[in-house]
Design a protein around this ligand. Structure first.
Ligand code: PLP
Length: 802
């Protein structure tokens, strides 16, 4: 079908007429996109079927990756790339007068996630399929993904996202595989063959209907499955008012919660978590049973990975099935369950560690709660025998305590592996946040540094750089990204550096064009593109960046001898709608942009852009254009970060703290190719434990800080009244929890070094080349190979690449 242009065109036109019921001449761009999408889905259906048949026939161990978020973005481009048919399609469409790029713009982002955690899950799926590993995603098919962000008068306004408005060409609805999920009701006990058994009775049923999305590997016949569950009314009799019942059930998969680090204790959120788990495990068990008859060896052929604690109810749910439906003893059921589940921790921020009140948990999930209680009791007993008399320790480790169910404790107790997402993060878990658990179960803990798929984040999003790399070192790196290291030999080769510079310039022009079209702002592509794009959070310290720009502005205004290479500061960030402080920072960035961009004295040297609605498809145009990657979180707070890796792979130089994967970026690239500044994680942890930081000292002793702080509240920003007072207070009255003022001086100094380095064009290009050369380690293919070997113990399936 896609083997040559002529046959593609023939089939494409035929398909278009059949699908849209119109002649090609009358078709819209959307018709043309839909046609291409379905043609591709049909094209891979044989491989999809065969992949599933192969997995069944070989009865190899399968991985199911459970995640409450999958931040997929658009799929057309990456599917074309992975299938190796982009050129044929592009040329064929060209003949018909269709621009493939225009079709790609028709696709809505699948924004079923908030940020890093959801994007990681999407990168992992791509790597699993590309490495021919039997691994599948399980998630929720939210009707509305993460909100669309509009900036109105400098403020964030949220609009409901509508990715399903025109349907989703990639999914296949499979109502025959629906699973019933029970909420509320009560637990009944009954006797059978002299044994006491339990069942969940009078539950309110929600029907979980799966939509399967094919996950296509790169240049291979493997097509894995992402199964997304949609909540619908069950045809089962119920007592509620029918309209109310319909609304209640459908609400379960209606919205993605727009908060990624605060535990918001909403009952609907807990419903979503159990819905995901019960539907996924229900269908995993059903197909396993069909094949194997009994579940005795379940853990030998199935492993279930939970991405953070959101799906941790997988543990009691699997126990419930083994105990209540399959009749195993507690000991047998626990042996199977605790050897099936593996867990990734994503944060050490205490406000993000999930805890649920018993008073919410128990009525909603009575049988599950009962099982969690028993897990807790037995776990505490086990601890008691390990640490006799040490009440305090056991209290701190208990799964249920003080009216709360602690999800991370349940995850550690009920899984065979616990991993952090970067070396420093895992160390902090072991040394501090989870020290007691590490002492009790050292064998469970391991570290897996995150990664990103180089296929989407380099090959697809930056074809210009990809071409240059291929021309320079061949294509071996595509299957073995570590081979990017060959570029090191070219980092001092003038002709290579010239080409690299051209590529960067091209990509900056593409982004500049987009900025102009979107917000009517002209940016200078000879300026340094200094970029901070990520969720807006206090710990990520967008505020440090902003205060420093204010200082630069003041200096440029006051000191005519002060010169810098022109710089364009680019921001992109969504704030959770209920996150008061984060929204203030967005307004601050926009107020500063307005001030600076309209000031004739400085606008040749400083420009500020806030890009609206940061999301995957926009990100794909940002990373390739960046010169400087801002990774300036308070040390110890960012578990890994993955944006940092996308920048590096596209030749941006990191300006960062020793936090998360920045530490390993430094290790890979060497200190002469990165700008590191600020407090270390140990310093921060020390201050937090022992005090000793007084932010007002920095305010009083550093005139630069005093000036920018005063400008927050003295009318420097017109028409905002006292809007920024809470920011001012957070820094002074609340003693600057994230050490913004403490790190200000070091940040300003390293920014001077960045300026200096950029002025030496060759030096900068060498740094850029070295970053690309050292980025292979951060491919998620490496990460997934480590998960497969060291955690899941799965091997790649017998299919060979073609
Ligand atoms: C990679 C990515 C993130 C994560 O960025 P961090 O800088 O690691 O926080 C968030 N959102 C989108 C759209 C991304 O592509």
């Amino acid at each position: 079908m896609f083997s040559n242009k002529e046959s593609f065109k023939r089939l494409y036109l035929k398909k278009l007429e059949r699908m849209c019921g119109k002649k090609f001449d009358e078709s819209t761009i959307r018709d043309q996109f839909q046609t291409l999408g379905s043609l591709i889905r049909e094209h891979i259906s044989q491989d999809w079927i065969e992949t599933n048949e192969r997995y069944r026939a070989d009865n190899e161990k399968q991985v199911y990756y459970l995640s409450i978020e999958f931040l997929l973005g658009r799929l057309l481009g990456s599917n074309l790339l992975n299938l190796g048919i982009r050129d044929v399609v592009e040329e064929g469409l060209n003949d018909l007068g269709i621009d493939l790029h225009q079709l790609e713009e028709m696709e809505a982002d699948a924004g079923l996630g908030n940020g890093g955690l959801g994007r990681l899950a999407a990168c992992f799926l791509d790597s699993l399929a590309s490495l021919n590993l039997p691994g599948h995603g399980c998630g929720i098919r939210y009707k509305h993904g993460l909100f669309d962000q509009k900036i109105v008068d400098g403020y964030q306004v949220e609009l409901p996202e509508q990715w399903l408005r025109h349907g989703n060409v990639w999914e296949v609805r499979r109502p025959e595989n629906a699973v019933e999920v029970n909420f509320w009701g009560k637990v009944e006990s009954y006797q059978e063959d002299g044994k006491w058994l339990f069942r969940h009775a009078n539950g309110e049923k929600v029907l979980a209907v799966p939509y399967d999305v094919p996950v296509i590997g790169y240049e291979t016949k493997t097509v894995n499955t992402l199964r997304l569950w949609s909540a619908e009314p069950s045809p089962y009799p119920h007592t509620k008012d029918v309209l109310q019942y319909k609304r209640d059930t459908e609400s379960v998969s209606e919205f993605l919660y727009p908060d990624d680090t605060h535990d918001d204790g909403k009952i609907l959120r807990l419903k979503q978590q159990y819905f995901l788990v019960a539907a996924s495990i229900g269908s995993i068990v059903r197909s396993y049973r069909l094949k194997n008859g009994h579940l005795k060896d379940f853990h030998k052929r199935v492993t279930i990975h939970i991405n953070d604690t959101h799906p941790v109810l997988a543990i009691p749910e699997l126990m419930r099935i083994l105990l209540d439906d399959e009749g195993f003893s507690w000991e047998e059921a626990w042996e199977i369950t605790s050897n099936t589940i593996s867990y990734t921790n994503h944060t050490t921020l205490s406000e993000a560690l999930e805890k649920w009140q018993i008073s919410i948990f128990q009525p909603l999930l009575p049988r599950i709660y009962m099982i969690v209680e028993e897990i807790n009791e037995r776990y505490c007993k086990e601890l008691w025998s390990k640490y006799p008399g040490d009440w305090q320790r056991i209290e701190q480790m208990a799964i249920i305590a003080h009216g709360l169910v602690k999800m991370a404790h349940l995850a550690i107790a009920g899984s065979y592996s616990v991993n952090g997402v970067a070396k420093i993060h895992t160390d902090i878990l072991k040394k501090r946040e989870m020290r007691l658990f590490y002492e009790a179960h050292p064998e469970k803990f391991n570290s897996k540094t995150n990664g990103i798929t180089h296929r989407r984040w380099l090959i697809k999003s930056n074809p210009q750089l990809t071409q240059l790399i291929n021309d320079s070192i061949g294509e071996g790196w595509i299957h073995e990204p570590s081979k990017l290291s060959s570029l090191k030999d070219l980092a001092n080769d003038q002709s290579f550096l010239e080409k690299l510079s051209k590529v960067k310039q091209t990509r900056k022009q593409i982004l500049a064009k987009r900025i102009f079209e979107q917000q009517g702002l002209k940016v200078d592509t000879d300026s340094i593109f200094d970029v901070q794009v990520k969720r807006l959070h206090a710990y990520k310290r967008q505020l440090l960046n902003v205060l420093h720009i204010m200082y630069l502005y003041n200096r440029l205004k006051e000191d005519s001898s002060f010169e810098i290479h022109p710089r364009t500061f680019i921001f992109g960030a969504k704030a959770s709608p209920g996150y008061y402080y984060a929204k203030k920072v967005i307004k601050l960035i926009n107020s500063l942009a307005e001030k600076v961009n309209n000031d004739k004295d400085v606008r040749e040297q400083l420009k500020i852009v806030f890009l609206e609605n940061y999301r995957v498809s926009l990100a794909e145009d940002i990373f390739p254009a960046a010169d400087v990657s801002e990774q300036i979180s308070t040390a110890s707070k960012e578990a890994s970060g993955t944006g940092n890796m996308k920048f590096m792979m596209n030749g941006a130089v990191t300006l960062g703290t020793l936090d998360g994967a920045n530490v390993e970026i430094l290790e890979e690239v060497g200190q002469e190719n990165i700008f590191i500044f600020g407090l270390k994680a140990d310093d921060v942890l020390h201050y937090q434990q022992h005090g000793g930081y007084n932010s007002s000292e920095y305010y009083h002793h550093d005139g630069r800080i005093e000036q920018v702080m005063e400008q927050l509240i003295n009318g420097f920003f017109p028409n905002v009244q006292d809007h920024f007072e809470p920011i001012y207070d957070s820094l002074l009255v609340q003693n600057d929890e994230y050490f913004v003022l403490k790190d200000f001086g070091a940040y300003a100094k390293i920014q001077e070094q960045v300026n200096e380095a950029y002025l030496n064009r060759t030096r900068w290009l060498t740094m850029s080349a070295n970053n690309i050369a050292a980025s292979g380690y951060f491919s998620s293919d490496r990460t997934i190979a480590q998960y497969a070997e060291e955690i899941w113990r799965i091997t790649n399936s017998r299919v060979k690449s073609y």
